[in-house]
Structures are given as structure tokens and as C-alpha cells.
Ligand binder design. Structure first.
Ligand SMILES: Nc1ncnc2c1ncn2[C@@H]1O[C@H](COP(=O)(O)OP(=O)(O)OP(=O)(O)O)[C@@H](O)[C@H]1O
Ligand SMILES: [Mg+2]
Length: 268
């Protein structure tokens, strides 16, 4: 197997240049520039329709940009197919349908790990008896605080735990850039708190670089090193949480209007 873990530590992990995407007459994303440094957690926020998901889909390859370039670890990935981008080390969370419900929590992580090691499904039973793989599965389950649920069938665990398992499966592919699209969407306040704390600890471990889209401002300000605020497809401001919080335009365009709505959404 080729070693895919080598990173260019000096340069940005992800470089977004003048990225745009139009849908007919709608400029969903317009001229976005962003550098994401190694081990950084960048959150993309903005009101509904701001272009967050469109931007995210271009990074993961689901959508082709109308203009602009995407560079991952110095390599041009603009317009590459999703599986190719993922193979290069960019992993995105899918919805829960990424999980095998009939398998145990642990087996789900092991399958992802065997795929990584190139053993394939046929070798699953043999491969999962290998000590290094077991250790890696244990470590991941521990990091996502899923150890106690390891032997439960994935279909039977709570929604919040399923989302955590989904993140464990994503991390099992050893990505160097992790894209999480609204990781706490649909969660109860308790689940949101727990998942936020876990993402924060993963981010602080320095093992990953995260790009997160999220509506929940507690989550955003809790985990992000920097925040890109989008408004009508454009970048309104990029800065630290403190810079963004105090930015008058941001308050007007977003935080001020939506604070209350967000609080209600989180509580429902
Ligand atoms: N497939 C599509 N076809 C046509 N227009 C689209 C498509 N996807 C997005 N748009 C439009 O592009 C704009 C940005 O949408 P996008 O989904 O990226 O916003 P968002 O910031 O993710 O919003 P939300 O917070 O609601 O998830 C919106 O005006 C939306 O209607
Ligand atoms: Mg969206």
C-alpha cells in the first residue's frame, strides 16, 4: 500500500480560490477565498440559503464549481469525483445511512478500518482478529465515547449515538480533512452538548482538520478556531470567533436576526 499519510505541514490543507457556483440565475456561491491550515477547525455559518451546503458540496466533489479552484495539500482537486477526493484524504460525514444497522457498533468501525487497510469485505472476519486493527477500533470507539455500546447493534442505538458512530466511521478512514455538515442537526439539547464536547476534544487533539457547517451557534463558537460567515453566496467575514461575534455586519446580517430562532430550533 502506498503511504497516504504524508502531509505538507507548511502549506494549507485546503485552499479555496475565487470559488463560485451558479444554479441558473442564482449565484449560490460567489468568489469565496479560504485557506484552512493543518489542524484547524473552520466553521461555515450564515442564514438559510447563504450557500454553505453548496460550498461544502464543491469541496467534497458532489458539485462541480462554475468557477474557481480547490487545492488539497497542494494538489488541484477542482471538479474531481467524490470518491477520488475521498481517497486523497478528504472525508465527509454522510447521514446515518452510512451505517450498517445489522452490525454492531464495533463492527461498523472495523469494516471501515478493513476497507482502509485494503482487506475488503471478504477478509473482514480474518482481518478483524488482527490486533492492530482491534486496538485502532477500540481507540476510535473510546474517542467517540461509544465503548459501552460497542456490542450493541447499530440500528438499536440512539440518534445522537448513531451520529457519533457515523463520525467514528468517517475517522476510521484516517482523513486529513474532515467535513461535517451540521453534525448536531436533529439532536436534543443534551445530545448536542455531548457531541459538541466530543468534536471539541477531537479538534483539540490536533489529529484532524475540520470544516464544519452548523446552525447551532453554541456549537460553532464552542469548537471553531475560525469562522467563515456567508451571506447570499458571498464571504461576509472570516475571522476568529471573537472577531465574528463583534462584527457589526455579521450581527446585522445574521446573529441579531437569528439568535432567537436558533435557540428555539435547538430546543425543539
Ligand atoms: N440544486 C440546486 N438547484 C437550484 N438552486 C439551488 C440548488 N442548491 C442550492 N440552491 C440555491 O442556492 C442557494 C444556496 O443554497 P445552500 O443550500 O447552499 O444554502 P445553505 O447555506 O446551505 O442553506 P441552509 O442553511 O438552509 O442549509 C439558495 O438560494 C438555494 O435555493
Ligand atoms: Mg445547507
Amino acid at each position: 500500500m502506498t503511504d497516504t499519510t504524508t502531509t505538507n505541514e507548511s502549506g494549507p490543507v485546503l485552499q479555496i480560490r475565487d470559488l463560485s457556483r451558479r444554479f441558473g440565475g442564482v449565484a449560490a456561491v460567489s468568489g469565496i477565498d479560504l485557506d484552512v491550515a493543518p489542524r484547524e477547525t473552520v466553521a461555515i455559518i450564515g442564514p438559510n440559503g447563504a450557500g454553505k451546503t453548496t460550498l461544502y458540496n464543491m469541496v467534497s466533489g458532489r458539485l462541480k464549481p462554475t468557477t474557481g479552484t480547490l487545492t488539497f495539500e497542494g494538489r488541484d482537486i477542482t471538479g474531481l469525483a467524490p470518491h477520488r477526493i475521498s481517497r486523497l484524504g478528504v472525508s465527509r460525514s454522510f447521514q446515518i445511512n452510512n451505517i450498517f444497522t445489522e452490525m454492531t457498533v464495533r463492527e461498523n468501525v472495523e469494516v471501515a478500518l478493513t476497507a482502509l487497510h485494503g482487506w475488503g469485505k471478504r477478509w473482514f472476519n480474518v482481518a478483524t482478529r488482527a490486533k492492530p486493527l482491534q486496538d485502532e477500533a477500540d481507540t476510535l470507539l473510546e474517542r467517540l465515547s461509544l465503548s459501552e455500546l460497542a456490542h450493541k447493534r447499530a440500528g438499536t442505538i440512539s440518534y445522537g449515538d448513531k451520529r457519533l458512530l457515523e463520525i467514528a466511521v468517517v475517522l476510521a478512514t484516517r482523513p486529513r480533512l474532515v467535513l461535517l455538515d451540521e453534525p448536531t442537526a436533529g439532536m436534543t439539547p443534551q445530545e448536542t452538548k455531548r457531541v459538541t464536547a466530543l468534536i471539541k476534544s477531537l479538534a483539540e487533539s490536533g489529529d484532524y482538520t475540520f470544516l464544519i457547517t452548523e446552525h447551532d451557534m453554541d456549537v460553532v463558537f464552542g469548537v471553531a478556531d475560525r469562522i467563515l460567515v456567508m451571506h447570499r453566496g458571498e464571504a461576509l467575514v472570516v475571522g476568529t470567533p471573537a472577531e465574528v461575534r463583534d462584527h457589526p455586519e455579521v450581527r446585522r446580517a445574521y446573529l441579531g436576526e437569528e439568535d432567537e430562532e436558533d435557540a428555539e430550533e435547538t430546543a425543539s
